[in-house]
Ligand binder design. Structure first.
Ligand SMILES: *[C@@H]1O[C@H](CO)[C@@H](O)[C@H](O)[C@H]1NC(C)=O
Ligand SMILES: *[C@@H]1O[C@H](CO)[C@@H](O)[C@H](O)[C@H]1NC(C)=O
Ligand SMILES: *[C@@H]1O[C@H](CO)[C@@H](O)[C@H](O)[C@H]1NC(C)=O
Ligand SMILES: *[C@@H]1O[C@H](CO)[C@@H](O)[C@H](O)[C@H]1NC(C)=O
Ligand SMILES: *[C@@H]1O[C@H](CO)[C@@H](O)[C@H](O)[C@H]1NC(C)=O
Ligand SMILES: *[C@@H]1O[C@H](CO)[C@@H](O)[C@H](O)[C@H]1NC(C)=O
Length: 572
């Protein structure tokens, strides 16, 4: 079967007429064979186009349709709900074509999300319960975001002119968006932490179908990729150079003058077009493929800034991470769910920030108080500062790259469920409250098929002041599939010899987490006293570490070059 698979892949992506004809007759027979095996069925996906062409005009038997759905659903975490929901999809003329069936699974997830969102709109919290009202508002926003990501996936599956098959980058896009759709639902439920009135249970019930169906679609997309990888198809090795678009000019501008020409300048003293960052962001066009550049002159800007989900390719730069600073103080203890405490929120895709600082000054007694949250796909932060105490940097979802940034905080300094790389960053644990423990990371991957995780590469982890006396750790796994790797970094003496901390005191994390270290140095880098968790590798092999490079984790070659920000795509 494996050799057959490789034969198939040779035609993948560039199916010419002869290959096409040969495949057409072969694939119908093969389809019947491979349907018996779920893993093999995925191969069919890749040749689905020739199949689809050959069977147009005929209807498959109901039995063969059911077999196909069952085989496809066999790769999911919830095969029964996958089978029943896809089979029952109303109005769809179901086929045996996995590509089309995957589309049906997306449509089913979209409907369930819309139903959950409608339910959330009808919950009426008791008046005066600020936290609950905020949790419900965040939840509706998050479900809306999940719907958008499914919609993006459906749009990608729609055949465009001249695009017969999906390529590796597009499969990675699908996995990224569906991973985020799952994360958004997790985050929605987390928002009810600390609320009363049984709303967590109500929301969970309203979202039950959406949660399973989204996970099912993610599993189907991932399983296909998995089959390709098993067949040694060089998925991550296709370095794509930037293929045009509005952001190219920015790189040129950067190379020529060091700074791009701003579309709007912000200055607190009135010497720019506007005085606040928010006013400048309001001017950014909706759904623009072109960069909109905001220059923010030195100063402390006390405001909450949101780059909205339809504000794409917003680029910001300041006069230095300590000179241009945006500062807020929303916090968990004050009644704001963690998700909305951030001083600066980036939602729209392609957000870039350079040489500026983000701060939340609520203080350690106020618990979670986020300086910046990014839910922006393909967001880039270069020479930025992030400073708070608990939960400084919320790398919430989608793909993110941080380079030469300074990140200071106490508990869960960097947290969330993005696929995020921190390269050449300085991470500085500060003094927490005396009963607390510092953790550099708290990654939150909840579904085994998500393509998320944190990688720290060539970073330096050093105490901020000599007065840091609480124990500090590299991280604590927050969910069952949490994934974090620290590699080629300098680990200072601030880090406890045990290295890592359990999320639940006195209980080992599940075996399903993926944690590791690779080629670190520094006074805190000895792994002799490290935890012994089955999911943790104190000395990863080069092959393992290679799965967490910029190329492998965030497909950085596809999108970072356009920003002109320097990066290292591999282990060097
Ligand atoms: C599902 O997959 C397992 C192996 O992963 C296989 O043993 C089983 O037969 C499959 N079931 C169906 C209905 O395809
Ligand atoms: C299903 O197929 C029938 C016959 O080919 C067609 O008339 C109908 O529009 C199709 N329905 C959908 C929802 O595509
Ligand atoms: C999905 O996207 C299309 C545009 O690509 C838009 O017209 C449609 O309203 C969107 N649907 C939802 C449910 O957001
Ligand atoms: C994948 O296909 C998209 C859409 O046609 C294209 O823009 C992109 O360059 C392709 N990527 C690769 C790696 O071939
Ligand atoms: C979930 O799906 C099942 C099967 O379609 C349906 O009976 C149930 O009402 C749905 N639940 C919610 C909360 O929508
Ligand atoms: C920003 O300004 C440049 C000229 O410097 C212009 O070409 C571009 O269209 C502007 N971007 C937007 C989104 O308006």
């Amino acid at each position: 079967m494996a050799m057959d698979a490789i034969e198939f892949f040779k035609g993948y992506g560039r199916v010419n007429e002869t290959v096409d004809k040969r495949l057409r007759s072969a694939t119908r027979r093969r389809l019947i064979l491979v349907v018996a095996s779920a893993a093999a069925l995925l191969l069919v996906f890749l040749v689905a186009v020739p199949i689809a062409v050959s069977k147009r005009g005929r209807s498959p038997s109901p039995e063969s349709v059911a077999d196909s759905i069952r085989a496809m659903c066999n790769v999911t975490r919830y095969p029964a709900s996958c089978f029943s929901s896809v089979s029952a999809a109303n109005g769809a003329n179901l086929t045996t074509d996995p590509e089309e069936l995957f589309g049906v699974s997306l449509a089913v997830a979209m409907d369930a999300l819309a139903a959950a969102s409608a339910a959330a709109s009808e919950f009426a919290p008791p008046s005066k319960d600020r936290r609950l009202a905020a949790a419900l508002r965040d939840c509706r926003e998050l479900l809306g975001g999940a719907i958008d990501r499914i919609n993006d996936s459906i749009a990608l599956m729609r055949p465009a002119a001249g695009e017969a098959t999906l390529n590796a980058s597009e499969i990675e896009d699908l996995r990224t968006w569906l991973s985020a759709a799952v994360t958004n639902q997790d985050t929605c439920l987390e928002g009810f932490e600390g609320t009363t009135g049984g709303f967590l249970g109500k929301m969970e019930a309203a979202m039950a179908n959406a949660t399973e169906y989204t996970s099912n679609s993610l599993a189907i997309a991932t399983g296909i990729l998995g089959a390709m990888e098993k067949s040694r198809f060089p998925l991550h090795r296709r370095r794509l150079l930037y293929a045009g678009g509005g952001r190219e000019w920015m790189r040129r501008a950067l190379q020529e003058k060091g700074k791009p020409k701003p579309n709007v300048t912000v200055a607190a003293d009135g010497s720019g077009q506007v005085r606040s960052i928010k006013e400048a962001v309001d001017l950014a066009p909706r759904r623009s493929e072109e960069a909109f550049v905001i220059y923010i002159k030195a100063g402390v800007y006390k405001e909450q800034v949101v780059v909205g989900k339809d504000q794409w390719n917003v680029v910001m730069f300041g006069d230095g991470m300590d000179k241009t600073v945006v500062e807020g103080n929303l916090n968990f203890v004050g009644g704001t769910p963690t998700f909305s405490t951030a001083t600066f929120i980036a939602e729209g895709k392609g957000f870039v920030a350079m040489t500026m600082g983000f701060k939340n000054s609520a203080g350690p007694e106020k618990h979670q108080a986020v300086a910046l949250r990014s839910s922006s796909d393909r967001s880039v932060f270069f020479r930025c500062g992030f400073d708070s105490f608990q939960g400084s940097l919320y790398a919430h979802s989608l793909r993110q790259f941080y380079r030469e940034c300074h990140i200071a905080g106490t508990v869960d300094i960097i947290f969330g469920n993005a696929a995020a790389t921190f390269q050449a960053c300085l991470i500085r644990p500060k003094q927490a409250l005396l009963h607390q423990e510092n953790t550099v990371t708290a990654q939150g991957k909840s579904d085994p098929n998500q393509n998320t995780g944190f990688a720290l590469q060539a970073c330096s982890i050093q105490r901020l002041d000599s007065d840091v006396t609480v124990p500090s750790y590299l991280g604590r796994p927050r969910k069952d599939y949490s994934t974090t790797v620290v590699m080629q970094s300098e680990i200072g003496s601030v880090i406890d010899p045990a290295g890592w901390l359990s999320w639940v005191v006195g209980e080992e994390p599940p075996n399903t987490i993926k944690y590791g270290e690779y080629q670190n140095n520094g006074a805190g880098s000895s792994v002799a006293g490290r935890v012994h968790w089955p999911g943790y590798s104190p000395a990863m092999s080069e092959a393992e570490a290679n799965r967490y490079t910029v190329e492998a984790l965030i497909s950085g070659g596809d999108w970072i070059p356009a920003t002109g920000v320097q990066f290292q795509s591999n282990l060097g």
